[in-house]
Design a protein around this ligand. Sequence first.
Ligand code: UDP
Ligand code: MG
Length: 136
Amino acid sequence: MNNMEQTLSIIKPDAVERHLENEIKDVFKNKGFSIIKEKKIQLEKEEAEKFYKVHETKPFYNDLCNYLSSGPIVVMVLEKENGVIANRELMGATNPADADEGTIRKKYGISIDKNSVHGSDSVENARIEIDFFFKD
Ligand code: UDP
Ligand code: MG
Protein backbone atom coordinates (compact mmCIF):
# COMPACT_ATOMS: atom_id res chain seq x y z
CA MET A 1 0.00 0.00 0.00
CA ASN A 2 1.38 3.33 -1.00
CA ASN A 3 -0.77 6.40 -0.87
CA MET A 4 1.58 9.34 -0.60
CA GLU A 5 -0.43 12.53 -0.31
CA GLN A 6 0.48 16.18 -0.19
CA THR A 7 -1.39 18.59 2.02
CA LEU A 8 -1.20 22.29 2.76
CA SER A 9 -0.15 23.37 6.23
CA ILE A 10 0.03 26.90 7.58
CA ILE A 11 1.76 27.98 10.77
CA LYS A 12 -0.56 30.82 11.76
CA PRO A 13 0.40 34.29 13.06
CA ASP A 14 0.00 33.40 16.76
CA ALA A 15 2.62 30.66 16.46
CA VAL A 16 5.04 32.59 14.24
CA GLU A 17 4.78 35.51 16.67
CA ARG A 18 5.78 33.20 19.56
CA HIS A 19 8.78 31.91 17.56
CA LEU A 20 7.32 28.39 17.36
CA GLU A 21 8.01 27.95 13.66
CA ASN A 22 10.99 25.59 13.98
CA GLU A 23 9.48 23.67 16.87
CA ILE A 24 6.28 23.00 14.92
CA LYS A 25 8.23 22.04 11.78
CA ASP A 26 10.15 19.53 13.91
CA VAL A 27 6.84 18.04 15.11
CA PHE A 28 5.87 17.39 11.48
CA LYS A 29 9.28 15.97 10.58
CA ASN A 30 9.36 13.73 13.67
CA LYS A 31 5.95 12.35 12.66
CA GLY A 32 7.31 11.40 9.25
CA PHE A 33 6.16 14.33 7.13
CA SER A 34 8.49 15.71 4.48
CA ILE A 35 8.36 19.46 3.97
CA ILE A 36 8.34 19.65 0.19
CA LYS A 37 7.91 23.41 -0.16
CA GLU A 38 7.75 26.25 2.30
CA LYS A 39 7.67 30.02 2.39
CA LYS A 40 7.14 32.71 4.98
CA ILE A 41 4.75 35.40 3.81
CA GLN A 42 2.20 37.89 5.02
CA LEU A 43 -1.17 37.90 3.28
CA GLU A 44 -3.22 40.92 2.33
CA LYS A 45 -6.71 40.83 3.81
CA GLU A 46 -8.13 40.23 0.31
CA GLU A 47 -5.93 37.15 -0.11
CA ALA A 48 -7.04 35.76 3.25
CA GLU A 49 -10.66 36.32 2.18
CA LYS A 50 -10.02 34.36 -0.99
CA PHE A 51 -8.27 31.53 0.86
CA TYR A 52 -11.09 31.18 3.41
CA LYS A 53 -13.92 31.84 0.92
CA VAL A 54 -15.58 28.56 1.95
CA HIS A 55 -16.30 30.25 5.30
CA GLU A 56 -17.64 33.53 3.89
CA THR A 57 -21.13 33.10 5.35
CA LYS A 58 -19.86 32.26 8.83
CA PRO A 59 -20.08 34.82 11.64
CA PHE A 60 -16.35 34.49 12.32
CA TYR A 61 -15.29 35.08 8.69
CA ASN A 62 -14.24 38.72 8.99
CA ASP A 63 -12.27 38.20 12.20
CA LEU A 64 -10.69 35.08 10.71
CA CYS A 65 -9.48 36.95 7.61
CA ASN A 66 -8.22 39.88 9.68
CA TYR A 67 -6.37 37.43 11.87
CA LEU A 68 -4.76 35.36 9.11
CA SER A 69 -3.49 38.55 7.48
CA SER A 70 -2.35 40.14 10.76
CA GLY A 71 1.26 38.92 10.65
CA PRO A 72 3.72 36.57 8.99
CA ILE A 73 2.70 32.96 8.37
CA VAL A 74 4.65 29.93 7.20
CA VAL A 75 2.98 28.05 4.36
CA MET A 76 4.16 24.50 3.68
CA VAL A 77 3.44 21.57 1.42
CA LEU A 78 3.71 18.46 3.58
CA GLU A 79 3.94 14.94 2.22
CA LYS A 80 3.32 11.63 3.92
CA GLU A 81 1.43 8.37 3.47
CA ASN A 82 -2.26 9.37 3.78
CA GLY A 83 -0.90 12.83 4.53
CA VAL A 84 -4.17 14.77 4.51
CA ILE A 85 -5.82 12.82 7.32
CA ALA A 86 -2.50 12.26 9.10
CA ASN A 87 -2.01 16.03 9.29
CA ARG A 88 -5.57 16.61 10.51
CA GLU A 89 -4.98 14.06 13.26
CA LEU A 90 -1.67 15.58 14.26
CA MET A 91 -3.21 19.09 14.35
CA GLY A 92 -6.08 18.12 16.64
CA ALA A 93 -9.54 19.63 17.03
CA THR A 94 -10.26 23.17 15.80
CA ASN A 95 -10.74 24.34 19.38
CA PRO A 96 -7.52 23.64 21.33
CA ALA A 97 -9.68 23.08 24.42
CA ASP A 98 -11.13 20.00 22.67
CA ALA A 99 -7.87 18.79 21.13
CA ASP A 100 -6.35 15.47 22.17
CA GLU A 101 -3.12 15.15 24.09
CA GLY A 102 -0.14 15.01 21.76
CA THR A 103 -1.68 17.22 19.07
CA ILE A 104 -0.22 20.52 17.87
CA ARG A 105 -3.30 22.52 18.79
CA LYS A 106 -3.39 21.01 22.29
CA LYS A 107 0.23 21.91 22.87
CA TYR A 108 0.47 25.30 21.15
CA GLY A 109 -3.05 26.59 20.47
CA ILE A 110 -4.31 29.54 22.51
CA SER A 111 -7.98 29.64 21.51
CA ILE A 112 -10.35 28.59 18.73
CA ASP A 113 -9.23 31.52 16.60
CA LYS A 114 -5.54 31.43 17.58
CA ASN A 115 -5.12 27.71 17.06
CA SER A 116 -1.59 27.85 15.61
CA VAL A 117 -2.02 25.75 12.45
CA HIS A 118 -4.18 25.25 9.38
CA GLY A 119 -4.39 21.99 7.47
CA SER A 120 -6.33 20.97 4.36
CA ASP A 121 -9.43 18.91 5.18
CA SER A 122 -9.58 16.74 2.03
CA VAL A 123 -7.39 15.61 -0.85
CA GLU A 124 -9.37 17.84 -3.21
CA ASN A 125 -8.99 20.91 -1.00
CA ALA A 126 -5.30 20.12 -0.50
CA ARG A 127 -4.78 20.42 -4.27
CA ILE A 128 -6.71 23.68 -4.39
CA GLU A 129 -4.87 25.14 -1.39
CA ILE A 130 -1.42 24.05 -2.63
CA ASP A 131 -2.18 25.70 -5.97
CA PHE A 132 -3.36 28.83 -4.17
CA PHE A 133 0.05 29.36 -2.59
CA PHE A 134 2.49 27.59 -4.88
CA LYS A 135 1.19 27.79 -8.44
CA ASP A 136 3.98 29.36 -10.44
N1 UDP B 1 -12.73 29.54 13.64
C1 UDP B 1 -13.09 30.51 14.54
N2 UDP B 1 -14.29 30.38 15.21
C2 UDP B 1 -15.11 29.31 15.03
C3 UDP B 1 -14.73 28.32 14.11
C4 UDP B 1 -13.54 28.46 13.43
O1 UDP B 1 -12.38 31.47 14.73
O2 UDP B 1 -16.16 29.24 15.68
C5 UDP B 1 -11.46 29.67 12.91
C6 UDP B 1 -10.42 28.71 13.43
O3 UDP B 1 -9.20 29.40 13.55
C7 UDP B 1 -10.34 27.67 12.36
C8 UDP B 1 -10.71 28.44 11.10
O4 UDP B 1 -11.67 29.38 11.54
O5 UDP B 1 -9.05 27.08 12.30
C9 UDP B 1 -11.32 27.60 10.00
O6 UDP B 1 -12.41 26.87 10.53
P1 UDP B 1 -12.59 25.32 10.21
O7 UDP B 1 -13.94 24.94 10.68
O8 UDP B 1 -12.24 25.07 8.79
O9 UDP B 1 -11.51 24.64 11.19
P2 UDP B 1 -10.16 23.87 10.87
O10 UDP B 1 -10.32 23.18 9.55
O11 UDP B 1 -9.07 24.91 10.85
O12 UDP B 1 -9.99 22.91 12.01
MG1 MG C 1 -10.92 23.91 7.71
